[in-house]
Design a protein around this ligand. Sequence first.
Ligand code: NAD
Length: 499
Amino acid sequence: MTSPLIQPLASVEAFLARSHASFIDGEQRLPGGETRRTLRNPADDTALSETRLADLAQVEAIVQSAHRAFRSGIWSGLTPAERERLLLRFADLVEQHSEELAQLESLNQGKSIHIARAIEVGATLNYMRYMAGWATKIEGQTLDVSMPMPAGARFNAYTRREPAGVVAGIVPWNFPMMIALWKVMPALACGCTIIIKPADETPLTVLRLAELAIQAGIPAGVFNVLLGQGSVAGAALIAHPLVNKVSFTGSTAVGKQVGAAALQNMTRFTLELGGKNPMLVLPDADLDKAVAGAIGGGLLNQGQVCAAASRFFVHASRYDDFVERLGAQVAALKIGAGMDPQAQINPLVSRRQQDSVLGHLARAREQGARVHCGGARPERPGYFVEPTVLADVEPGMDCAREEIFGPVLSVLRYDDLDTAVERINDNPNGLAASIWSNDLGRVMDLIPRIQAGTVWVNNHVPLDPNLPFGGYKQSGIGREFGRAAIEGFTELKSVCITY
Ligand code: NAD
């Protein structure tokens, strides 16, 4: 049964009807070449909108635009309070257009309109205002020094944080608007200029954001958007000698290439990469809460979340009960379009991602995992995969080790906690983890033993702009959010004055 879909706003229809191109120097500019891409609606595989991909001449033009804007001081030369005021005005405009942005994202990415409203836009607004506030709080230190020369000299030494310069922000397709703003806001708060390269599947909200930034009074050239394939436009962007910092969010495989390319020019880089995030359920855990947490933390955005819970280590004494309860609730989830307000499971972003997840499921079956519920492709157009619980999963199976980035929950049994921790850490990823227990002593012992950039206790996946976010091991280099983000978009200069 399908329920009536939300009718898109007229402004959304008008935006979709346009043929979009890279946003350079305050406006969309058509490229010299004619490489077009048709964006498709993941819910029904119909054409949604069209983009024209940048050629290499446009990559050059966009970097020159951001470089000119940085060097001219139209942005970095403003007082911190002026930058803060403009960024807050930008946030106000995003809020005024929140329904339009949420609908665009739901239609383009496939996600639930509720998630688009609450997270992609709602949580991001908090993040925008938090980061705008950093513009007026960037600081250095005054340091006492003991240099012996010249004799009798006195010194005043201090550090200052200066904007890194031109930033290339490369973002994935799972939360296109939110993750773009995770880079735009701190970069601009620090006085940098930025070029966002969205994933080619999901450029629409970022293009709309660039227009709103101009409307807010952020000067042309400060926030640009480059449309193009990662291996072409993205690669050319990060290799450009006028790019000073690369902030990348995406897969670990591409992140390694990006880091290696950035190193060629000693361009600064931070990498936010993939995860295979465990949820550890202790014998005393409140199973109602743990099951709800598994669904919220594992199936948010159909599991297309870097920090999603995807491998569940459940104590043998609670294993069957956990699997039964989880399976019953997962099987009852309603599948439908993102614009269907009743739907709880929505399509994946693309046919490619759907095929990839179905391939993982086929391999899990071959390797002996038991499909407790789901596991199939529903008989409907669009890129849907049934939400799936895999039981009897063994630690060596691919579904217990590899990021699937889809609605698949792999449940493993453990007998003793030390073995569970060993298995959790025996993975190249280390983005996030959660522990489910009310046994405070055990929880406090476990937190330092788990190799992950974030450990949640009795919850999974909430992020706060003030709490650093990033990965251990192959889940990344560097941290976003909070003070760490500001450090990532600034250079540290030491000053020493003799007097
Ligand atoms: P991806 O690595 O395929 O692509 C990410 C971005 O990089 C896209 O814009 C793409 O066009 C671009 N790109 C691809 N090749 C490039 C190259 N050679 N040079 C420069 N840019 C290039 O990732 P995806 O499939 O879009 O997103 C899913 C992945 O992102 C998952 O692994 C997920 O875990 C990860 N992710 C991580 C976080 C985090 O914060 N840690 C957040 C969201 C997603």
